[in-house]
Design a protein around this ligand. Structure first.
Ligand code: ZN
Length: 230
């Protein structure tokens, strides 16, 4: 059994067997955050890329809990220099955390971090294929549509978590095309309605997914959760 709780924007908490894994824990400063950085207790934190709306509170949470941050090599090195326990890997590689694994897969996007008024650019963005709680979950991260999603689909996805906000990532139309390549059982949209440029109608997206593909689309409001498996 896997519980996926949407914490707002692209932040998710995965829970299985009493263990929690966070993905992109942007909580402080997130107008839609459903938890504070003090309320989460992960053993692992997966970061798709360096943008501040994804790294979020990762370092503070890692320092407080002792959780390990997993990110692409340059970002992990950078966050390690901030005092976090961070493990770097890269596309194609699989890392193990307490209770599961995460495989780094490509994402088409950029990756930079604003430190005060200075941009630093640690590495490249990624997505993850996470195996945890008996489920296989694809976190696309921030990305456009790309044809190699068909290869990621060959992993046999139970759930695909896809951005639909447009402007910075693919929008709803391309996200539906992504579903046709990924062939997951369940689609969960994210990265929309946090800020004005990424306003979207998630219910309309759900209708398109369920009309055009075999997948079920689960729209989660921040704070809501989805349980998968038994
Ligand atoms: Zn981004």
């Amino acid at each position: 059994m896997l519980t996926i709780r949407f914490l707002g924007h692209a932040a998710f908490a995965l829970e299985a067997d009493g263990k929690q894994v966070l993905v992109d824990p942007f909580l402080t400063g997130n107008p839609t955050a459903a938890a504070s950085a003090e309320e989460v207790n992960p053993t692992a934190i997966l970061l798709t890329h360096a943008h501040n709306d994804h790294v979020g509170d990762a370092v503070a949470i890692a320092r407080r809990t002792g959780a390990t941050i997993f990110a692409t090599h340059e970002l992990a090195t950078y966050l390690g220099q901030q005092g976090a326990n961070a493990v770097g890997a890269n596309h194609g590689g699989t890392v193990a955390f307490d209770g599961g694994t995460a495989k780094f897969v490509p994402a088409w996007h950029t990756s930079s971090y604003l430190e005060g008024e200075t941009f630093v650019a640690p590495g490249v963005p990624a997505g993850f294929v996470v195996r945890f709680g008996g489920q296989t979950v694809y976190f696309a991260g921030d990305t456009c549509l790309f044809g190699d999603m068909a290869l990621i689909g060959e992993e046999g996805l139970d759930i695909a978590v896809l951005p639909i906000g447009d402007h910075f990532t693919m929008g709803p139309r391309d996200a539906v095309r992504a579903v046709t390549l990924l062939k997951p059982k369940v689609v969960i949209p994210c990265h929309y309605n946090t800020f004005p440029p990424i306003q979207q109608d998630a219910e309309a997206f759900k209708q398109e997914v369920e009309q055009q593909t075999a997948a079920r689309c689960v729209v989660l409001e921040p704070g809501e959760q989805f349980q998968a498996g038994s």
